[in-house]
Design a protein around this ligand. Structure first.
Ligand SMILES: NC(=O)C1=CN([C@@H]2O[C@H](COP(=O)(O)OP(=O)(O)OC[C@H]3O[C@@H](n4cnc5c(N)ncnc54)[C@H](OP(=O)(O)O)[C@@H]3O)[C@@H](O)[C@H]2O)C=CC1
Ligand SMILES: O=C(O)CCC(=O)C(=O)O
Length: 446
């Protein structure tokens, strides 16, 4: 680490105590950006990096609600409005007990680069609550969402800040949030994305993060004249991203061996096929059960309390949460012959794990590039809402493929190393940075 990077990170630590995920995300970006900034005095002199790590605004609020027993519950709500240089704040809402300000700042920071990479005019934000939808009735989730929006509505808007889903926030939650927004403001507009198709949503938005991830993997494989056909894939998570990543892998002729939730993973050596995937979708989206039920139904192994990275594979797709793949997992994957790791989740691989992949010259795609398809189609949902029009499934899917192709090209442009190896992390960071930094320069000291 050079002296400027060390100095920058030390300052950051002093200014952001108790926020390890935020420090981790910024350190990763700063390490590749600072040498670039040092060669571009206009960015250095205008202190773009020092500005970009400070949220433009953070809102924190009380969320009181009544549970089914009539008792009062109190949660904490947040919206981090990180950067609006290239468009209105845009990014998901996370409902999970682990949510705190540091986690949301890390996610909002990642969103700056990701949204820039999509090529669409979207700034960056992220929000959420420590509310846990797991184990709550539909009525309780609705009560919570209504209370959350009763404060959030003041801070969001179709042209200012457009939230969407993330962990714990899917179609059901977006519906309740939208209903309450409309009730308070009287406005039917594109204030949220991930809406239902009948009320302003875009076709392919639910699929977009998982599909986009697989399109990105295809782009990487193509540089080695390979395809997904016959490849063995391990996946973590069983939520929105994991389900549609699995669906696209199966469609492309790959064999999906694992899927997980926060309690453990299942290993199905025969492969998860379309019918088994439908079972998973029903289990997770409708009955909201645990993944171990899959093992009982399809007679395969279940590993309680473990993550799937010890299973031999060609491609690994971490699709659950941050820091779910550590250095030992990375070593096990490399030893097992894995040659491609692409992040469906945000920052699922620890920095030490990434170092192992880079050393072994395994393809490694950071989330800000590989999972950008979700927010990209959210951007397309905003365009359709502005036009008051709905595009066909094929049109949105083709646009998604085009965007993932372009993001891959940006990574090649800025990430090609002297030995020919592509460092996708560096490529994504620099490419995402340049557009935002130029916009900030043009807009003066704001
Ligand atoms: N939805 C989207 O469009 C996008 C999502 N992402 C990222 O993808 C990841 C998954 O999001 P999404 O699929 O939407 O979320 P979901 O809530 O739909 O699914 C999350 C999955 O991850 C598991 N999980 C959550 N927390 C943990 C944990 N601490 N340890 C182990 N497993 C965990 C959940 O298990 P359980 O049910 O047991 O909690 C569940 O299987 C997140 O990192 C998110 O930020 C990135 C881009 C866009
Ligand atoms: O669709 C969106 O606005 C946000 C998706 C998201 O939260 C993410 O990209 O991490």
């Amino acid at each position: 680490m050079n002296e400027s990077i060390r100095h920058f990170i030390n300052n950051l630590k002093v200014r952001n105590p108790g926020e390890p995920e935020f420090l981790q995300a910024v350190t990763e970006v700063a390490t590749s950006i600072i040498p670039y900034i040092e060669s571009e005095p206009r960015y250095r002199n205008s202190r773009i990096l020092e500005r970009i790590v400070e949220p433009e605004r953070v809102v924190m609020f009380r969320v009181p609600w009544l549970d089914d027993k009539g008792e009062i519950q109190v949660n904490r709500g947040f919206r981090v409005q990180m950067n609006s240089a290239i468009g209105p704040y845009k990014g998901g809402l996370r409902f999970h007990p682990s949510v705190n300000l540091g986690v949301l700042k890390f996610l909002a920071f990642e969103q700056i680069f990701k949204n820039s990479l999509t090529g669409l005019p979207m700034g960056a934000g992220k929000g959420g609550s420590d509310f846990d939808p797991k184990g709550k009735s539909d009525n309780e989730v609705m009560k919570f969402c209504q209370s959350f929006m009763t404060e959030l509505y003041r801070h969001v808007g179709a042209d200012t800040d457009i939230p969407a889903g993330d962990i714990g926030v899917g179609g059901r939650e977006i519906g309740y949030l939208f209903g309450q927004y409309k009730r308070i403001t009287g406005a039917f507009n594109g204030v949220l994305t991930g809406k239902g198709n009948e009320w302003g949503g875009s076709l392919i938005r639910p699929e977009a993060t998982g599909y986009g991830l697989v399109y990105f993997v295809e782009e990487m494989l193509r540089t080695r004249e390979e395809s997904l056909l016959g490849k063995k894939v391990t996946i973590s998570g069983s939520g929105n991203v994991a389900q549609f990543a699995a669906e696209k892998c199966i469609e492309k002729g790959a064999k999906v061996l694992t899927i997980s939730d926060s309690e453990g993973f299942i290993y199905d050596p025969a492969g998860i096929d379309k019918e088994k995937l439908e079972y998973i979708k029903d289990l997770k989206n409708n009955t909201r059960g645990r993944i171990k039920k899959y093992a009982a139904k399809y007679h395969c192994e279940y590993f309680p309390g473990e993550r799937p990275w010890k299973i031999k594979c060609d491609i690994a797709l971490p699709n659950a949460t941050q820091n779910e793949l550590d250095v030992n997992d990375a070593r096990a994957l490399v030893k097992g012959g894995c040659s491609c790791v692409a992040e469906g989740a945000n920052m699922p691989c620890t920095p030490e794990a990434v170092a192992v992949f880079n050393k072994a010259q395994v393809f490694y795609a950071p989330g800000k590039a590989a999972n950008a398809g979700g927010v990209a189609v959210s951007g397309l949902e905003m365009s359709q809402n502005s036009q008051r029009y709905s595009w066909t499934r094929t049109k949105v899917d083709n646009k998604l493929k085009e965007i993932m192709h372009e993001i891959h090209a940006c990574c090649l442009k800025y990430g090609r190393m002297a030995d020919g190896h592509v460092n996708y992390e560096q490529g994504a960071n620099i490419s995402g940075f340049v557009k935002v930094a130029d916009a900030m320069l043009a807009q003066g000291v704001v």
